[in-house]
Design a protein around this ligand. Structure first.
Ligand code: PRP
Length: 209
């Protein structure tokens, strides 16, 4: 049996669709109600969790496989896993965004940067040797500049419509994001065949698409 943690919501739906298209029995998942752990007739034991918790379950060996966005992986301090597959879904990117004036503005104080992804933001400005103040927001990060809390944000951009609707622009793209399949290092040793069978199935789906 392979134990899998999937990020609840969009990633859960897309991964389950991919597996169903490859003939896996996803009916118990599709028809689930509020259950958080489901075993399928193909020997998959799946739990549904928040993105950061998918990493926690994998780190503690509770699951063999995790499906999670690259955004979560990049912001985490835990890196002791194998990134086995890019599912090429959930594509978006990290960017610095602000009002257009930000580009030419001279700051005579530390810039204030709002982000849900504080590690990504820290790393970006450290790499630029810029000493900034990072302010953590849990969501609707665009509010930072809108309400005057921050000069800019580091956030995910997908269609760009949230930025546009709030008068903000991309100042610089940081990195691409998509959904990844990650694997616990010990599990790969002991469940190699099952894990590679799952990878092959998902890869095949990509080629079919
Ligand atoms: C994400 C992200 C942006 C928005 C970008 O937020 O933080 O706010 O989506 O998408 P767009 O470029 O297509 O407009 P999400 O909707 O996940 O909610 P949150 O703001 O509460 O984090």
């Amino acid at each position: 049996m392979i134990k899998i943690a999937i990020t609840k919501g969009r990633i859960e739906k897309q991964v389950c669709q991919m597996l169903a298209a490859k003939g896996f029995d996803m009916d118990p998942i599709i028809h689930k109600d509020r259950e958080l752990l489901i075993e399928t007739s193909d020997g998959l034991s799946m739990i549904f969790a928040k993105a950061n918790d998918v990493l926690t379950f994998l780190e503690h060996g509770i699951v063999d496989v995790g499906f999670v966005g690259k955004d979560t992986l990049e912001d985490s301090d835990f890196h002791d896993y194998y990134e086995m597959l890019d599912l090429e879904i959930g594509r978006c990117y990290f960017a610095v965004a602000a009002y257009p004036e930000y580009k030419d503005k001279e700051f005579h104080r530390r810039k204030r940067i709002a982000s849900k992804y504080t590690n990504v933001a820290k790393k970006y400005f450290n790499d630029k040797h810029e000493d900034v103040e990072i302010i953590k927001l849990e969501g609707s990060v665009e509010l930072g500049p809108v309400v005057g809390l921050s000069d800019a944000i580091v956030d995910i951009v997908e269609t760009g419509s949230t930025l546009k609707a709030n008068g903000l622009v991309v100042i610089e793209k940081i990195s691409d994001i998509s959904t990844k399949m990650i694997v616990n290092k010990v599990s790969l040793k002991f469940k190699k065949d099952e894990i590679f069978a799952l990878i092959d199935a998902l890869k095949g789906e990509e080629e079919d698409a």
